[in-house]
Design a protein around this ligand. Structure first.
Ligand code: 13P
Ligand code: SF4
Length: 359
């Protein structure tokens, strides 16, 4: 019966009212009724299927606030995949994240709503490439960004995310007793990590198509236009962007920064949904552009999440022998103690003398 807000049934209107409060700046009243119905349907299907939805910070606000059981950065999602008791994991994110969940929870059914939700970094390197790199640099530890396929992880000594890359690189160098490590495949992450440590870095030419497009000139323009605004950037951006920013860190680190400091004006140099999602929790903060859209993340919608749970597809599988090898690398990362202070990329204090060797 249509007697609630927006012509919704009273029950749907009541169940979705807290979500509407968080998304109302980004969803129009015309779009909302169908989204509200989908949110209720998805939340019901989750219970029926004993499923959890792990949603990345780049999901759109109606997914992030409406159906995500756990929301966070790549590291947080991986930890949650290892910890969850649900039978089914729905990855509201991209394919490498679903593979990571499968690697950590091989007995669970891992689903992704669209198999084409890829990643330019994951596509930049293969397991065969890593085998060749290891032949060229014998004895050096291989650290790979989690934004890689399972076959790359299977060739890896330890994984990292942007939240812990410096810590992982320093751990690997100490463990292997070397002063150089291989950190692949993101060239910019590698350069930004190299600026934070005395460990030498061998890097690969992978790029994130979202973050590589930002430039130092963009930041200078934003500073001139909005003198009081705080500028936060993701470490997948080029070094001159990080050097000009006030803070750099993973998507979770950027969220924590805004939630703790609540600056009046913020520029988030990252994927567009980040600002919309945080805004839902801190409406008093004014977010200013620019941002770039990730076409892979944007393949995930409420509609295909509903279909995914209804039809139990698309299942993400990883061959057993690959899981055994890749799990070592991911678990090693998860088992590292959390850093004493939250990871941040301080380009002002950076140790710029360390060179990056690009393969
Ligand atoms: P984090 O959430 O780990 O910062 O990663 C960003 C990203 O681009 C994931 O695809
Ligand atoms: Fe990959 Fe960049 Fe998209 Fe993240 S934002 S999924 S790194 S292309």
């Amino acid at each position: 019966m249509a007697d609630g807000m927006f012509g919704l049934s009273e029950r749907t209107a009541r169940e979705t009212a807290p979500v509407w409060e968080k998304v109302k700046d980004h969803v129009t009243p015309i779009e909302w009724p169908s989204q509200a119905e989908l949110i209720v349907e998805i939340n019901r299907l989750k219970k029926e299927r004993d499923a959890v939805i792990l949603a990345h910070n780049y999901m759109t606000p109606e997914i992030f606030h409406g159906v995500g059981d756990y929301v966070g950065d790549s590291l947080g999602l991986a930890k949650e995949a290892a910890r969850s008791n649900a039978k089914v994991i729905v990855q509201a994110g991209v394919h490498f994240m679903a593979e990571t969940s499968k690697i950590l929870s091989p007995d669970k059914t891992v689903l992704i709503p669209d198999l084409k939700a890829g990643c330019s970094l994951a596509e930049a390197i293969t397991g065969a490439d890593v085998r060749l790199i290891k032949q060229r640099y014998p004895g050096l530890p291989v650290v790979t960004y989690v934004n890689t396929t399972a076959d790359v992880k299977a060739e890896t000594d330890i994984c990292c995310t942007s939240a812990n890359a410096v810590q992982v690189v320093e751990w690997a160098a100490k463990e292997w007793g070397v002063d150089k490590v291989i950190l692949i495949p993101d060239e910019f992450l590698a350069r930004n990590v190299a600026a934070q440590t005395n460990i030498g870095i061998i890097a690969w030419k992978g790029r994130c198509i979202v973050h590589e497009r930002f430039t130092g000139a963009d930041i200078a323009e934003m500073r001139a236009a909005y003198p009081g605004a705080e500028i936060l950037a993701h470490p997948e951006c080029p070094e001159d962007v990080l050097s000009a920013a006030d803070f750099a860190g993973s998507t979770a680190a950027m969220t924590d920064y805004v939630m703790a400091k609540k600056p009046k004006q913020v520029v988030l140099i990252t994927e567009c949904s980040m600002a919309s999602n945080i805004k839902g929790d801190v409406p008093e903060v004014n977010f200013i552009g620019p941002c770039n859209m990730c076409p892979y993340m944007k393949r995930i919608t409420l509609e295909n999440i509903r279909d995914c749970l209804l039809n139990m597809e698309y299942e993400v599988t990883v061959p057993e022998e690959m899981i055994a090898k890749a799990a070592l690398a991911v678990q090693r990362m998860i088992d590292l103690p959390p850093p004493a202070v939250p990871a941040r990329y301080d380009m002002v204090k950076a140790k710029h003398h360390v060179a990056v060797e690009l393969i």
